[in-house]
Design a protein around this ligand. Structure first.
Ligand code: GDP
Ligand code: MG
Length: 444
């Protein structure tokens, strides 16, 4: 299997100082196969491997983890990045426009446009309490408008009354009129598709787009389309313009490479995933999950995760050493906040120092609020290097500057400094008491 092949390469890489060009090339050959097998388009595969090579070659092999794991981590991170990154931010559908907000659904026939229209309507109605109107512009297939009307009924939203003989453009304009007159929040326009891209379809969709200027134009693609997906995405994007992508049939066994290709070719974010035929089978997009799926094989995925954990562990060990030498600075504290955030728990640094139960408990309480972790990190981010190393110099005017720079209040800055001092004092006391007794006995 691919997993074995990769493992073979990585066994050879084990235990060297830095990743050499040859090591990385060997590993990347296998990664390339994995990406192609996952249906990532060739041009995109080339981009990704080039990026990984650039990042990996010469990189110091982190103590205590295998170089191969490190390459996988780099590949994984590159995939996540190429898929839009894991930063939080608006990834769903944007409704930030004057009502009625038009959403235009485009894509090939059978990609899941009509089903997804119903799913989005259900979600906007339920989660966001929006008044949604569904309209089918598919005049080519006799039953298409009926199909959408039935979906609308199941989602308990309104669908535009069907009038025989109208053109897609006429239907779209009628839908927007009704939307305006009856104060709908959202009008979803479901277009017709063809089995393959053709000029008549593109002209039709482009004309509708020009007439209604939709706020979102969502390209719906089947995750199983693989290499063809790139072509489809490119042409739709060139001819119509796409603001987001919905990938359907992720409930099947497709490896998800299409997502990577789509994103690369259009630059548009993947906004939602269709994961079944039912109306509630609509999921938010998580780049890390798709990256895992593209890399394939659970063993590789857990390898990556273990590698990431080991890196944290190595960082934690270094930090612990600094703490014991009394060199703990606000920079270290910021590092620690990051770790806590990443692990979502207190298994890391403080856990390595027995006897700090009180601080540990405090941190555990604080953990419950990841927003607080982020705010504290932002506060430290607004400090100068000197302030981080010598917090004593942070007096009133500096506090005000730091607060303003991080969007926090002066009280929050004070609270952070107090927490940091408490922790540093505790460490000093531990050092005075002597590490041996301390580590064995514990404080609490
Ligand atoms: P359209 O031609 O683009 O409008 O595609 P449809 O919405 O009519 O969907 C075509 C078929 O795919 C229907 O049988 C749907 O039930 C099915 N379908 C749509 N989305 C999904 C999905 O996410 N998963 C699965 N398994 N089937 C889907
Ligand atoms: Mg349809």
């Amino acid at each position: 299997t691919l997993g074995n092949r990769l493992q073979g390469v990585f066994d050879r890489l084990r235990g060297r100082g830095a990743l050499s060009e040859a090591d990385v090339s060997d590993a990347l050959r296998e990664v390339r196969v994995a990406l192609l097998e996952a249906d990532v388009a060739l041009s995109v595969v080339k981009d990704i491997t080039a990026r990984v090579r650039e990042r990996a070659v010469g990189q110091e092999v982190i103590r205590s983890i295998q170089p191969g794991q490190q390459v996988i981590k780099i590949v994984n991170d590159a995939l996540v990045e190429a898929l839009g990154g894991n930063d939080p931010g608006p990834r769903g559908i944007s409704l930030e426009a004057a009502a009625p907000v038009a959403i235009l659904m485009v894509g090939l026939q059978g990609s899941g446009k009509t089903t997804t229209s119903g799913k989005i309507a259900l979600r906007l109605k339920g989660r966001e309490r929006k008044k949604v109107l569904l309209a089918s512009l598919d005049v080519h297939r006799p039953a298409a408008q009926l199909q959408l009307a039935q979906l609308a009924e199941r989602a308990e939203v309104t669908s535009l009354p069907i009038i025989a003989g109208q053109t897609p453009l006429q239907i779209a304009e009628r839908a927007m009129d009704l939307g305006r007159r009856e104060l709908y929040d959202v009008v979803i326009l479901d277009t017709a598709g063809r089995l393959s891209i053709d000029e008549a379809l593109m002209a039709e969709v482009a004309a509708v787009k020009q007439a209604v200027t939709p706020h979102e134009t969502l390209l719906v693609v089947d995750a199983m389309t693989g290499q063809d997906a790139v072509n489809t995405a490119r042409i739709f994007n060139e001819r119509v313009g796409v603001t987001g992508i919905v990938m359907t049939r992720v409930d099947g066994d497709a490896r998800g490479g299409a997502a990577l290709s789509m994103r690369a070719v259009t630059g548009a974010p993947i906004k939602l995933l269709g994961a079944g035929e039912k109306l509630d089978a609509l999921e938010d997009f998580h780049p890390d999950r798709i990256a895992n799926r593209i890399l394939g094989m659970g063993d590789i995925v857990s390898l990556v995760e273990r590698a990431a954990e080991t890196i944290d562990q190595a960082e934690a060990e270094k930090l612990a050493a600094r703490m014991q030498k009394g060199q703990f600075s606000l920079e270290d504290y910021a590092q620690q906040l990051k770790q806590i955030g990443k692990m979502g728990g207190m298994s890391g640094l403080m856990g390595m120092l027995p006897g700090v139960a009180k601080v540990k408990a405090q941190l555990q309480d604080a953990n419950l609020d990841t927003g607080m972790l982020k705010r504290q990190a932002a506060i430290i981010g607004s400090m100068t290097v000197k302030e981080r190393r010598q917090p004593e110099i942070i007096k009133a005017s500096r506090k005000r500057r730091i607060a303003a720079g991080s969007g926090a209040s002066v009280q929050e800055v004070n609270r952070l400094l107090k927490q940091f001092e408490d922790m540093r004092d505790m460490m000093k006391r531990m050092n005075k008491m002597g590490q041996k007794g301390m580590m064995r006995g514990g404080l609490a």
